[in-house]
Write a protein that binds this ligand. Structure first.
Ligand code: SAH
Length: 508
């Protein structure tokens, strides 16, 4: 008995355009066989032990023949329960999905088709071009420009020239000149609108609009690279009014967002939603010091200070591991560094925590100075290694009452070579507008020199989350810093957004 092969459409590029079913199957798959147009980021959602096999084509060097792919799917179906064959766009739109399904049927392998959003339609939408529009185009032709021998496919240009339908050519970039001349020869008017859309739906989307008479010259001056769609028809003129994607404030901007630990930053997706291409660069890993709180007698303490969400999580983990009843803490006052850390305590049912209005060490100290008496006793579980600034807080507190500092978890630097690889990947993204966003000092210390080695940073806008991070940037000679109004991710996001909107307005 074999497993099931799911032939899954991966959508046109933007991972948010993946269907729920595709997403669920990617998470469940034991094996994923994927193509060139699939963003490898999606594979991060797969199970840890999922076998991921790349069978794409790179610059016409077929890395695997279609017959071999068919055979591979059969083989894997006998090994695994759930095999996902992941293709760009829709499975049956020039994806050779039909051939694979027929082969599986012939070999009595169970299969299912999971349709995807095709670039042939969605790619146009993201460029502000509706594929049909009442009174302008009552239908559409979607054709491939290539035949098996890499020549121009047999296309009925006369039918296209006669009708008002929108014509969409896939795999057509190298055949642009031929397509245009055939359409004109067949009688299509030279002033018919045409668009070339590259990397549709992605932050690197680029669109050239012109007319049949002028497009070749303009394309030579502004060449685009594949994957690209060619659209011919009067609907192209609607782009002026219906374009939305490229008008987002961060469209065309690449962002290096520093991150420590495995969880994605709370602002990465929000920046992406504003059109940016966000590269989260991991500078450090968090390692829990599991025994840190084992010998603590909680009854001895009057206050517990927490200065990050991670400290809250690890603290609660430790209570759980040591089977300490939360009621043991009933007389202890929790003090959080800011509203977000306090909200994190609330998730664990601790509602009485004190926190300053803004996230800032000085505000925390002022808040504590008001509270503390010499007979109090503080437990301060926090991150290691402790930096000078962190120590300054403890020293100030020790003047009032005893403080027990516990290194609850550690921020360990990632290997330099690994960090460099991530930064090189970022640098290779072909977008010229860029932002470097630093969310902590340790990330600056670990990465700024490498960023400089890999690329010029003088044109990048550099953002910092707060005083400490800005100070560290300055010690590395970076002075043009845009600092977040408050030292929180929410405020950092607002600062970036406002800056982008301001830049956009100035250009308009
Ligand atoms: N099954 C896919 C098409 C595969 S053929 C679908 O339904 O979208 C590959 C061609 O699709 C490319 O040569 C290009 O013409 C088009 N294409 C796919 N993704 C694209 C994208 N993000 N932007 C522009 N064209 C794209």
């Amino acid at each position: 008995m074999s497993g099931t092969v799911y032939l899954v459409g991966g959508g046109p590029g933007d991972l948010d355009l993946l269907t729920c079913k595709a997403y669920r199957l990617i998470k469940e798959a034991d094996c994923i066989v994927y193509d060139r147009l699939i963003d490898p980021k999606i594979l991060e959602k797969a199970k840890e032990n999922c076998e991921c096999i790349y069978v794409g084509k790179e610059n016409h060097n077929h890395s695997m023949k279609q017959e071999d792919i068919n055979q591979l799917l059969v083989e894997k179906a006998y090994i695994y329960k759930t095999v996902v064959r992941l293709k760009g766009g829709d499975v049956y739109v020039f994806g050779r999905g039909g051939e694979e399904a027929l082969y599986l049927r012939e070999h009595q392998i169970l299969f299912e088709i999971v349709p995807g959003i095709s670039s042939a339609i969605a790619g146009l939408s993201y460029a502000g071009i509706p594929i049909t529009h009442r009174g302008i185009a009552g239908g559409f032709h979607v054709v491939t420009a290539h035949n098996k021998s890499d020549e121009l496919a047999e296309i009925d240009f006369h039918a296209m020239a006669k009708s008002e339908d929108t014509c969409v050519f896939l795999m057509g970039l190298t055949k642009l000149t031929e397509i245009v001349s055939h359409l004109i020869e067949a009688g299509k008017a030279g002033d018919t609108e045409i668009a070339v859309i590259a990397n549709a739906t992605l932050p690197t989307q680029q669109v050239l609009t012109s007319t049949l008479a002028h497009v070749i010259g303009e394309f030579e001056q502004h060449p685009l690279s594949s994957p690209a769609l060619i659209v011919v028809g009067r609907v192209v003129a609607l782009r002026d009014r219906l374009n939305f994607q490229e008008e987002k404030p961060l469209f065309g901007v690449k962002i290096l967002l520093s991150k420590v630990g495995h969880t994605a930053s709370a602002i990465g997706e929000r920046l992406q939603a504003l059109g940016a291409l966000v590269c989260e660069v991991q500078t450090g890993l968090l390692q829990e010091n599991r025994e840190a709180l084992d010998s603590i007698v909680y009854e001895e303490y009057t206050h517990i200070i927490v200065t990050s969400k991670n400290a809250v999580h690890y603290f609660m983990n430790s209570l759980h591991k040591n089977k300490i009843d939360v009621r043991t803490l009933h007389a202890i006052t929790f003090v959080a560094i800011g509203p977000a850390t306090r909200a994190c305590l609330e998730e664990y049912g601790i509602y009485h925590a004190i926190a300053p209005q803004i996230y800032h060490q000085d505000a925390l100290l002022a808040c504590l100075q008001e509270q503390l008496q010499p007979n109090h006793h503080i437990l301060f579980p926090k991150v290691a290694p402790l930096n000078e600034e962190g120590m300054a807080l403890e020293q100030a507190l020790e003047k009032i009452c005893p403080v027990k500092v516990v290194a609850l978890y550690e921020n360990i630097p990632v290997e330099k070579s690994e960090l460099k690889k991530q930064i090189e990947q970022y640098a290779s993204i072909p977008l010229t507008k860029e932002m470097l966003v630093y969310t902590c000092s340790s990330s600056v210390r670990r990465s700024i020199e490498i960023v400089r080695q890999v690329q010029e940073i003088s044109c990048a806008q550099i953002f910092s989350i707060g005083d400490k991070t800005s100070e560290t940037l300055r010690t590395y000679g970076v002075d043009a810093i845009i600092q977040s109004r408050h030292a929180t991710l929410d405020s950092l996001f607002d600062t970036i957004k406002e800056q982008a909107e301001y830049t956009q307005k100035r250009k308009a």
